[in-house]
Design a protein around this ligand. Structure first.
Ligand code: UDP
Length: 365
């Protein structure tokens, strides 16, 4: 008999299991995939660590989380500085002085940029943004919205910007310095040796069984443990009884190329609406001193509407889905044996550090 059955060997499940095992509890982690680490899974191709389910850049402002992950991996000093390709014009992201001086050649100083942005924003100054389009126009004005936000966002979320909630865009900083670092947090990096090795280390001492599908044999799994921690989709757990929550899924096209350096940067966002993919990730740039000079691995990322059988990546946090999630949440609040955690279990667009923080709290650390 186990104290905890943890369904899902992703980040939430691994941290929760690690904590409980450390507290002397007996845990079993199962996952229906054939590998641990969920969507942060990475594996070597041509000596390059490849992020199989999309790029993951670890960043946090939570000291406890930073100390925690450093127990399981050393982090390199990678900072994410993606570039946007708009019909062949290249711009630095996030929106900063490098972006502004390229977008508007007469802008040279922060004061020039402020003035230009004020002009660009003027017609939207008085509006109270009701959707992402209005929010973006109010934040950065027409030029940046048209070239760097509209196409990318509509591909990413599969619907027009004026039908999307405005908070999505608030993730993006606007900076009056020549600083291309995408994140504002004091700690950032990629685990040396890869995310899979980090999760493997978390799971030392915990029993893990792969290729095991909890939902196909729920009763016999439940009988194994006192408590169940479920990190899969909450609507799937409840048999979609109130209907399906919406998710965005991704399709990845990964290629090994016989060139040493394809795009010179880890992330290139294609921000026009015609290019069918949202971005190209060149994995070797996440590592420093990668010693394969002749080959590189790139992944084109296509955003798509989730349907049953696909992997779910992003919850669609609009009002309609929030209301539907609340119905599932009500059911889950009444459970005494099972608890839900992680991005899919709680239907929230969380970063890795938030997921870890919640797992630590839920495990009573
Ligand atoms: N975004 C954009 N242009 C870009 C990159 C991002 O307009 O080149 C917007 C887009 O709406 C996206 C949001 O910013 O959904 C958040 O992007 P982020 O890169 O934080 O998303 P994630 O890394 O989680 O996919």
């Amino acid at each position: 008999m186990y104290d905890y059955l943890i369904v899902g060997a992703g980040l939430y499940g691994a941290v929760f299991a690690q904590q409980k095992t450390e507290q002397g509890k007996k845990c079993l982690v199962i996952d229906r995939r054939d590998h641990i680490a969920g969507n942060i899974y990475s594996e070597q191709i041509e000596g390059i660590e490849v992020h199989k389910y999309g790029p993951h850049i670890f960043h946090t402002d939570k000291e406890n989380v930073w100390e925690y992950v450093n127990r399981f991996a050393k982090f390199n000093h990678f900072t994410y500085c993606p570039v946007a390709d708009y019909r062949g014009e290249l711009y630095n992201l996030p929106f900063n002085m490098n972006t502004f001086t390229k977008m508007w050649p007469d802008v040279k100083t922060p004061a020039d940029a402020e003035k230009k942005l004020a002009e660009q924003r003027a017609e939207f100054a008085e509006i109270e943004p009701k959707n992402l389009e209005e929010q973006a126009l109010k934040l950065v004005g027409r030029d940046i919205y048209e070239k760097l936000i509209k196409g990318y966002t509509e591909k990413q979320w599969g619907r027009p910007c004026n039908e999307l909630p405005s908070f999505i865009i608030k993730r993006l900083p606007v900076r009056m310095t020549f600083d291309n670092n995408y994140f504002n947090h004091p700690h950032q990096g990629i685990p040396i040796g890869g995310y899979t090795a980090m999760v493997e280390k978390m799971l030392i001492g915990t029993e893990v069984r792969l290729d095991e599908d909890y939902l196909s044999n729920r009763e016999s799994y439940d009988a194994l443990a006192d408590k169940v921690i479920y990190t899969g989709q909450i609507d799937e757990y409840y048999g979609y009884q109130f209907g399906e929550l919406q998710y965005r899924s991704l399709r990845f096209e990964t290629e090994v190329l016989d060139v040493g350096n394809y795009q010179g940067v880890a992330g290139m966002n294609y921000t026009d609406s015609d290019t069918p993919f949202t971005r190209i990730v060149e994995h070797k740039h996440f590592e420093f001193g990668n010693r394969n000079p002749d080959k590189t691995v790139i992944t084109r990322e296509y955003s798509q509407t989730w349907s049953k059988g696909m992997d779910a990546y992003y919850p669609v946090n609009d009002a309609e889905n929030a209301a539907l999630y609340e119905k599932y949440k009500e059911l889950s609040d009444k459970e005494s044996k099972v608890r839900f955690g992680g991005r899919l279990g709680t239907y929230r667009y969380m970063d890795m550090d938030q997921v870890i923080n919640e797992a630590l709290m839920d495990a009573g650390a």
